[in-house]
Design a protein around this ligand. Structure first.
Ligand SMILES: *Cc1c(COP(=O)(O)O)cnc(C)c1O
Length: 449
């Protein structure tokens, strides 16, 4: 491909992306097709000979990219949305265009310097010590995995305490790191769907008496189901008392620490040994990027460092090799987009965007509470609210959510809390309007029949 052709196609792609963003209010919040449909749309023949690129771009836009959950759609309220911002998208494109690598100092000093800086900023935003270290990964699952590997390396295998609302990937992580099922305690929650401190305390004491080795408590700063934050201050005191590692999974919730309201509910976050935060959820980044922060300098590299002869040239004298901070060796720079968007908008504006998401859930709560037909199940917490149709039949919530998604107007989740079926809205897109919330709730009622 010639430079000129690449330039023209690049402009064309920018146009496609901007047009889609301008119109995204009108696209379905989520769309799906069957495997048969895709097989009919996309030639299954191995493309031995090349073909013109322009029709392929249209085909990708119309037959592939249209069919997904649009996490940046203003009425995508399911699971955890991803309201990606323009500056972050530009950063992602630029880094890819330069084929950026963030593995070693010798092979990527610039990207390493930016990743170090961004991790320092994230630590500062969360009030973690300035010499905390971190690494960017594909998301919360890998970031939690990386933190657990470090904790295990520092403290050895032992008993780990989670609760019923802890994200399911965390248990999978522990199992794959060699923790036995008998070392993974999934404790029942209190009525707020958080750690019950008495249950946690007695589980730890029981394990001590039984000769087991309590090793880590995994707290949540924003559970996926209800947005609940564990009592981090009290849990941290308990961890200090028993010399346990405190891990905080703030994959979706931790960015709210930038706001006054978030800081209040997350008091104690800064005492954690390790924290995870997903910028592709509530920090306005496109997929993918998850941040793992470790309070203890050198711990990441003690766990993941490797120094074979064939990497000697690249590792350089400055010893800042992100390839030594996780299982990823060759890795792109996820820091460039973070750096560009943090610099462009400023973290005050990003915090203001997060505040809007918190307000939108409170607004949804007010509509639910004023309605005859809705019942509030869990209050608005960090942009998440759970509700139920009064007198809902078995499976009715799932049907309502399904019909709403099929209509294209909006997408919400149906989930289960303490055995009870509920609907759930996650309202973290600052471009969502109160009208969007009103309409989504009233259309859901229409689909209830
Ligand atoms: C989303 C989420 C995860 C998993 O993160 P991925 O980015 O999907 O890998 C873990 N914990 C919590 C609380 C989450 O919300």
């Amino acid at each position: 491909m010639s430079n000129e052709a690449f330039r023209q196609l690049g402009y064309r792609i920018v146009d496609m992306v901007v047009d889609r963003h301008r119109e995204k209010d009108r696209e379905p919040a989520i769309a799906e097709q069957s495997p048969e449909w895709f097989a009919a749309q996309l030639s299954q023949v191995l493309p031995v000979a090349g073909q013109p690129i322009e029709p392929l771009l249209s085909q990708l836009a119309d037959s592939v990219l249209a069919y997904q959950q649009h996490g940046d759609h203003p009425r995508y309220f399911a699971r955890v949305p991803s309201p990606a911002s323009y500056a972050a998208i530009l950063g992602e494109w630029l880094a890819t265009g330069f084929n950026t690598i963030s593995t070693s100092w010798g092979g990527g000093a610039g990207p390493a310097a930016v990743e170090k800086l961004v991790m320092t900023w994230l630590a500062e935003l969360l009030d973690l010590p300035q010499n905390s270290e971190g690494v960017l990964l594909s998301g919360g699952s890998m970031a939690n995995f990386t933190a657990f590997a470090v904790a295990k390396h520092e403290r050895g295998l032992g008993t780990v305490y989670l609760h019923e609302q802890t994200h399911s990937s965390l248990k999978r992580n522990l199992q794959n790191l060699g923790f036995a099922d008998t070392q993974i305690r999934v404790l029942p929650c209190n009525w707020q769907f958080a750690f019950d401190l008495e249950v946690l305390r007695s589980a730890i004491e029981h394990d001590l008496q039984a000769g087991n080795q309590p090793m880590m408590v995994v707290a949540s700063a924003g559970t996926t189901n209800t947005g609940t934050v564990d009592d981090l201050q009290a849990i941290s005191a308990l961890c200090q008392q028993h010399a346990l590692w405190l891990h905080v999974d703030g994959a979706y919730g931790a960015p709210a620490y930038l706001t006054e309201r978030g800081k209040v509910v997350m008091q104690g976050l800064s005492l954690a040994d390790s924290v995870v935060l997903d910028p592709h959820k509530w920090f306005f980044q496109p997929y993918d990027v998850g941040a793992c922060l470790i309070r203890h300098p050198g711990a990441l590299e003690r766990c993941f460092g490797m120094y074979p002869e064939y990497l000697k040239d690249s590792q350089g004298e400055h010893a800042l090799n992100f390839g030594n901070r996780s299982l990823e060796l060759t890795r792109r720079s996820r820091a460039v987009k973070l750096w560009l968007s943090m610099q462009t908008y400023g973290t005050d504006a990003m915090a203001a965007g997060i505040d809007v998401g918190i307000d939108l859930a409170l607004y949804a709560q007010s509509i639910i509470e004023a309605s005859e037909r809705w019942e509030l199940v869990t209050p608005a917490q960090l942009g998440v609210v759970c509700l139920a149709l009064k007198g809902a039949r078995d499976g009715q919530h799932a049907i309502m959510a399904h019909r709403l998604a099929e209509s294209g107007y909006a997408c919400v989740s149906s989930t289960t809390l303490a055995g009870r079926s509920v609907l759930r809205l996650c309202t973290i897109n600052p471009l969502t309007t109160t009208e969007d919330i009103d309409q989504t709730l009233s259309r859901l009622l229409e689909f209830a029949g």
